[in-house]
Ligand binder design. Structure first.
Ligand code: GUN
Length: 294
């Protein structure tokens, strides 16, 4: 078993981002600037946004967290997004998901100017990604691709099985792995809650991406010998063992699956840290205008 070490890889890439941010600031007289909008008090979302803001500071970006009460109207939120779209001192904007039920996430996503959509959720970015054109790639799939690239893992011709078809991870991941690029060139199966014979599908995989959101869903009996296993799960459970009062569990039963896999990401210390790197890279590219020239 070899570890795909998110701690090591994210630290290295963040160092590069920090140097590039410093060069950008010296040239332009301002820092790359990310704004994150957070609605309500979901504990997980609060933790993730705080981590995104902290990491911005660490690499020399400016970061602004705009918070709204859970009762904020869709119109209020849309008005704020339109204001940010027009602000030349803001490079990237993310609205943390999930949103309360009375707000349509599709409408919010489409209101964000695609040139500031550093989450890569806007249909323009999604379409451009599918066509292999310059775009913002969703942070988690982007981070996973950077991880595969860092370890020089040869994915071409491999059978990849993605478990979970979310807009945030599973669906874009399936597109990226199938693209004619490196990493990429996989034969991809995108599985979901209506997949027949899920276990057989996963058992046939050379590369498994588990993005279901269920603790230890992927067990050793579902994994082929020497498979590459990417665990996207961040399942939080209350715990007295940790300082934060929560313990994180992956979608993969690491202890058993790691005995069979050739490469595997741990939780924590794997994909979660790479997601931050994906977001930071997109924000830097938004500031520099390398994806969409300013
Ligand atoms: N919720 C879970 N993951 C993400 C993400 O990558 N971006 C946003 N905006 N919300 C999320």
């Amino acid at each position: 078993m070899n570890l795909l070490d998110g701690k090591l890889v994210s630290a290295k890439i963040k160092e590069d981002i920090k140097n590039e941010a410093s060069a950008f600031t010296a040239k332009s007289g301002r820092k790359p600037h990310l704004v994150a909008i957070l609605v309500g008090n979901d504990g997980g979302s609060e933790t993730y946004v705080a981590s995104k803001m902290r990491n911005c500071e660490l690499v020399g970006f400016e970061s602004t967290n705009i918070r709204y009460h859970v009762d904020v109207t869709e119109d209020e939120l849309i008005a704020k997004i339109k204001e940010i779209n027009q602000d030349p001192n803001i490079d990237g904007l993310i609205v943390q998901l999930p949103l309360p039920k009375h707000i349509d996430p599709e409408k919010i996503t489409e209101t964000i100017d695609h040139r500031k959509d550093v989450d890569g959720f806007h249909p323009i970015n999604l379409g451009r990604m599918q066509r292999n054109l310059p775009c913002f790639i969703p942070a988690t799939p982007y981070g996973i691709m950077l991880m595969l690239e860092h370890y020089g893992i040869d994915t071409a011709g491999k059978k990849a099985v993605v478990v979970g078809r979310s807009n945030i991870v599973g669906s874009p991941m399936s597109i990226l792995l199938a693209r004619n690029s490196n990493p990429g060139n996989c034969t991809v199966t995108l599985t979901h809650s209506r997949t027949a014979n899920l276990k057989e599908e996963v058992l046939a995989a050379d590369i498994i991406v588990a993005a279901i959101g269920r603790k230890h869903f992927v067990t050793a009996d579902m994994v082929k010998e020497d498979a590459i296993v990417i665990d996207v799960g961040i399942n939080r459970e209350e715990s007295t063992e940790t300082k934060s009062g929560f313990k994180l569990y992956g979608d993969v039963d690491f202890e058993e699956v790691s005995k069979k896999s050739s490469w595997i990401t741990p939780v924590p210390g794997g994909v979660g840290l790479m997601t931050i790197v994906g977001l930071l890279k997109n924000t830097l590219e938004a500031a520099k205008g390398t994806v969409y020239p300013k």
